[in-house]
Write a protein that binds this ligand. Structure first.
Ligand SMILES: Nc1ncnc2c1ncn2[C@@H]1O[C@H](COP(=O)(O)OP(=O)(O)OP(=O)(O)O)[C@@H](O)[C@H]1O
Length: 528
């Protein structure tokens, strides 16, 4: 179980945690069904942090990094859209018929041509369809949902209402972490620049009073983490009756055990239009099948499933390397790597907050300019850490999985998994912090056989589907760990996996009507 701020919880840990904190920081209520922990909102000390005002100059608003040498190779990736009557893909932003100001902002952002998830996602959303979209990390999913929403709001002449005690946004976007939702907000603000559409962001760790004042100045597109968003709905500051779009970014995370109860509370909130009356959009790079099935509760029956490349696959622009280690050799090996990477930006992922502090302190002692981000740090410290990493003041960022998803930071050339995560989807998101937008990147993961054997099989699959070299010791571990029968590392790499395709009643209609493919590209197991 992963809780808020991506902290890992076992049942024992929750019991210990609540005892240690005397149930004050986080009021643990009980297990609905084992293992299903429920927390009431925390009642910690009042948060007073107010972030610095956002820069208003265009150079900062539209700052972006260049797409990389592999950007055009995105066009070779297999695309599969399943569901009834999908609209035609677009091939240029011109075909998206964006209003003038939006088109201008897209150009100022350095976007020349759409990525595959945008080519398919934009017309699907513009046609009013629900979507579950899966595309590799760093391939432009954010603009794929923002552009058609903003286009529709602008075309309909929507303007932020002036001051009002309750704001009624037309779109709500949710994401699992504070830094990610803030990034999405900044993207929305960039694309909406110079128009009447007003995006607002809400997330924890910041003065509620400050956020309420900002919200009440007008809001069309509300970006929020679930806790703070539900808090504002509960206070009556956000009304839902005008809502037309509900977007779940990192949708698989938003629907797993950590956030599912809050998502259900959100869609069940008074005034929330039913799924038939709103458009629901889900985006992620990973979609476990059980989550896909549950996602059906939130989407209209005829939603379209868009898969760009291998569902849950790693970004093929990241060179993945696995190194066998013991837990005692990790620190020295990390130092060796960082000596070679020098001032190139490197994210080092660890499993626990304590470990993050410990490794960051160790690296600082070794004169490596390092900062850290995790759920126990104050929001001010988290933002400072990210700022120092972005600017290059601290080229090494030690992070827990709180930084694993969605963060788009210029020039991150390396990711090191000091500790491997305990599930393969986290691995895919973590290494996806590098190799973005057609740029290349490297990921090195420390594999401790005593700790990580349960991941061996999934790692082999991920490496194969991204056409990476699989070390023979890892293949042996995978075979040893799970037996040989039925273990086919290249498994499902050819087909996209819309979970409805394995449904006896739904599958025939999906396949016969609407599956289509652009630029078929076969993934081949290295060495075959
Ligand atoms: N069409 C485009 N042309 C040029 N750059 C683009 C285009 N679309 C997106 N980008 C840039 O690519 C980077 C990655 O995009 P984005 O963060 O939306 O990826 P993502 O698919 O959401 O990744 P993740 O799965 O990690 O959340 C961003 O810097 C974004 O501005």
């Amino acid at each position: 179980y992963r809780g808020k701020d991506e902290d890992n919880f076992s049942k024992e840990k929750i019991v210990r945690y609540t005892q240690e904190k005397q149930i004050s920081a986080c009021r643990y209520v009980g297990w609905i069904t084992n293992p299903y922990p429920v927390f009431l909102p925390s009642r910690g000390p009042k948060v007073t942090y107010v972030p610095p005002p956002l820069p208003e100059d265009e150079d900062t608003i539209f700052a972006h990094y260049a797409s990389g040498i592999n950007f055009n190779k995105y066009d070779d990736i297999l695309v599969d859209v399943s569901g009834l009557n999908p609209p035609q893909a677009i091939y240029t932003f011109k075909e998206a018929c964006l209003c003038e100001s939006l088109e201008r902002n897209v150009a100022k952002s350095g976007y020349v041509k759409p990525t595959p998830v945008q080519k398919h996602g934009i017309p699907i959303i513009a046609a009013g369809r629900d979507i579950m979209a899966c595309a590799q990390t760093g391939s432009g999913k954010t603009a794929a949902f923002l552009l058609p929403i903003l286009q529709k709001l602008m075309a309909d002449g929507v303007a932020a209402s002036s001051f009002s005690e309750q704001q009624e946004p037309e779109a709500i976007i949710v994401a699992p972490t504070r830094e990610l939702i803030n990034q999405i907000f900044l993207e929305a603000r960039k694309f909406a620049h110079g128009t009447c559409v007003r995006p607002v962001v809400l997330y924890g760790g910041i003065s509620t009073g400050h956020q309420i004042r900002d919200l009440l100045r007008g809001c069309n597109v509300l970006c929020g983490t679930p806790g703070r968003l539900m808090d504002m709905i509960g206070r009556g500051k956000v009304g839902l009756t005008k809502l037309r779009y509900l977007v779940m970014d990192e949708a698989d995370r938003m629907l797993d055990m950590g956030f599912e109860p809050e998502m259900r509370r959100l869609v069940g909130s008074p005034g929330m239009p039913s799924k038939e009356e709103r458009q629901t959009l889900m985006f992620s790079a990973t979609y476990p099948e059980d989550i896909q099935r549950m996602a059906g509760d939130f989407l209209k029956k005829d939603y379209l499933f868009l898969a760009v490349g291998v569902v849950g696959g790693a970004c093929s622009d990241v060179e993945q390397k696995l190194v066998q280690v013991t837990k005692f050799s990790k620190r020295d090996q990390l130092l060796d790597i960082l000596k070679n990477t020098g001032t190139e930006r490197t994210m080092v992922f660890v499993e626990t907050k304590r470990q993050a502090d410990f490794i960051a302190a160790f690296l600082c002692q070794e004169n490596v300019a390092t900062t850290s981000i995790h759920g126990d740090r104050e929001q001010r410290e988290r933002e400072q850490a990210l700022g120092d990493f972005r600017s290059g003041k601290c080229p090494v960022l030690v992070a827990t999985s709180v930084a694993a998803r969605g963060l788009d930071i210029k020039d991150v050339q390396h990711v090191v998994n000091f500790d491997l995560p305990n599930n393969i989807d986290d691995y895919v998101h973590r290494i996806g912090r590098t190799g973005r937008c057609g740029n290349t990147g490297q990921a090195v993961s420390f594999y401790d056989p005593e700790q990580d054997n349960q991941l061996a099989r999934s790692l082999v699959k991920i490496l194969c589907s991204a056409q990476q070299e699989v070390p023979s010791w890892l293949e042996q571990s995978a075979l040893g760990a799970h037996g040989t029968s039925g273990f086919n590392p290249v498994g499902r790499v050819f087909a996209s996996t819309d979970s409805r395709k394995s449904h006896p009643y739904i599958a025939p209609s999906l396949q016969s009507h609407s599956s289509y493919t652009l630029n078929v590209f076969l993934f081949v197991h290295p060495g075959t």
